[in-house]
Design a binder for this molecule. Structure first.
Ligand code: BGC
Length: 251
């Protein structure tokens, strides 16, 4: 199926048409800076611009950095707080005139990674972590997504884990790989204590530098860097829309 995948981030909104059967982009991605403030209306209009850029008239999937329950936005850690309580899916659908599925951004990346990347055919419990401005997480049990896991907000050292162990913190506090790797290892150990995963997958920009910090990670479960890299969020958002379509008997 061809579905437009969109990934809303704190600084940019990216998208491209996706072939969901092969897990590839059909055209090069297009990026528009996230409007400031990133209100529901402003973001929905930016998504409409992206659709027009591709002259898109089909369904679209949208990854968004918040808890999304049945199309409703429940949190807003790195976007305008006016999103909280909004029927996000409906706003984007009304603004673009297209069928929309909205999902958490890390859940989207996880869907792509489990179908086409490092988690392909992986049974048991898998935790994928997107390491960036925050820590996004997605949880899978025998290949099925348990949505909105939000382990980036687990309490660690008396604070939100993502304010202590994200890549933004590494860069901002100029932490060495050893120092930051040690912190991230504490985070992984805490997750292991609670969830006993069979596999960790690490995504986000920093996963490209996996060999710089992998020596500092000591977990029971194996750890793999994500394979889909930059496009996971876009491809996974399209997959989420495909799943919604098939549940409605349309796919
Ligand atoms: C948000 C998550 C999101 C993650 C990555 C966190 O601050 O709470 O919903 O997945 O950032 O964008």
């Amino acid at each position: 199926m061809e579905i437009l995948g969109i990934d809303v981030g704190g600084s940019g909104i990216k998208g491209a048409p996706v072939d969901t059967a092969r897990g590839v982009l059909l055209e090069s991605r297009h990026r528009i800076p996230t409007p400031r403030p990133s209100t529901p209306k402003a973001v929905a209009k930016t998504i409409r611009k992206l659709c027009r850029n591709f002259q898109w008239e089909g369904p679209l999937g949208c990854g968004f950095p918040a808890v999304i329950q049945n199309g409703m936005v429940r949190t807003a850690a790195n976007v305008d707080s006016r999103w909280i309580g909004c029927k996000g899916e409906r706003i984007i659908s009304e603004t673009t005139g297209l069928p929309v599925r909205m999902v958490n951004d890390a859940d989207a990346a996880g869907l792509a990674e489990m179908r086409f990347g490092a988690g392909k055919d992986q049974p048991g419990v898998v935790i994928l972590i997107t390491i960036g401005t925050g820590l996004g997480t997605s949880l899978f049990v025998d290949g099925t997504l348990v949505p909105n896991s939000e382990f980036g907000h687990m309490e660690l050292r008396g604070r939100d884990a993502e304010t202590w162990a994200s890549d933004f913190v590494r860069q901002n506090q100029m932490l060495s790989w050893k120092k930051w790797g040690g912190r991230f290892n504490i985070y992984l150990n805490e997750l292991e204590k609670l969830f006993w995963p069979d596999l960790f997958i690490l995504g986000g920009g920093v996963s490209k530098k996996f060999n710089k910090f992998s020596d500092y990670l000591h977990t029971r479960a194996p750890i793999l860097p994500a394979r889909m890299r930059n496009d996971a969020g876009i491809i996974g958002a399209a997959l989420a829309m495909e799943i919604k379509g098939s549940k409605n008997g349309k796919g």
